[in-house]
Design a protein around this ligand. Structure first.
Ligand SMILES: [Fe+2]
Ligand SMILES: [Fe+2]
Length: 217
């Protein structure tokens, strides 16, 4: 059997391979004005995603009996609430009303599904959200920061200093959960399947997201 730690490394590598070239939300080749609009759209949708993350973690906490994992979740909840407020405030500062934004149905469905997954084993839940999802978020934020640097440096700075470091911590919670719980071949297979399920769903949301930005809706 693969030791849990080695398995976590392998699975992280598989997820990274899945994601190569698949974050279609931003187009690095787009002219600055289009790029700025893509980033602005990310922020609008981001306000919603951060808020739903708070709700999701609150829903999961009672269903995480493993004390050493559970004790990390209130801190994450607090971070996501802060991210929600930071992004919302930034959008107000840019002259927008973030509360008037209609979230994309695909993102709504993804969070509804995740909330409904609360009764699944901790291993599967944390493989999905913290391990697969938050690791991909970190990659996504790295790309966003890079592409926002010239068109909206203040927003780039906000993500770089106030959000990204927390997201790396959230991804580490996922790695810790898997290192503790993915300790049999069957558990490892369940974690791998959960990641696959989550990655496919996020990818579908990314495609819908980009299609809506391109339509200018
Ligand atoms: Fe966040
Ligand atoms: Fe997060």
């Amino acid at each position: 059997m693969t030791a849990a730690r080695d398995f976590v490394r392998e699975l992280a590598h598989e997820n990274a391979t899945f994601w190569r070239g698949r974050d279609v939300r931003l187009d690095p080749e787009a002219p600055p004005v289009v790029r700025r609009e893509q980033i602005r759209y990310r922020m609008r949708q981001g306000v919603y995603n951060e808020l739903r993350s708070v709700e999701l973690i609150a829903a999961w906490i009672p269903y995480v009996p493993e004390r050493e994992i559970r004790e990390l979740l209130p801190g994450q909840l607090d971070d996501e609430q802060r991210h929600y407020q930071l992004l919302r405030t930034r959008l107000f500062g840019l002259g927008e009303d973030p509360d008037a934004y209609r979230p994309l149905p695909e993102w709504q469905a993804l969070f509804d599904w995740l909330v409904a997954c609360r009764t699944r084993p901790t291993l599967e839940k944390l493989a999905m959200f913290q391990f697969a999802g938050e690791t991909q978020s970190c990659e996504g934020f790295e790309a966003l920061i890079e592409l926002a640097q010239d068109v909206d440096p203040e927003t780039a700075e906000l993500y770089r200093t106030q959000i990204l470091p927390d997201e790396y911590r959230h991804a580490a919670i996922g790695r810790k959960a898997l290192s503790l719980l993915a300790d049999t071949p069957a558990a490892q297979e369940r974690a791998r399947a959960a990641c696959r399920e989550m990655n496919e769903k996020i990818f579908a949301a990314y495609r819908a997201h980009r299609a809506r930005v391109d339509r200018g809706a």
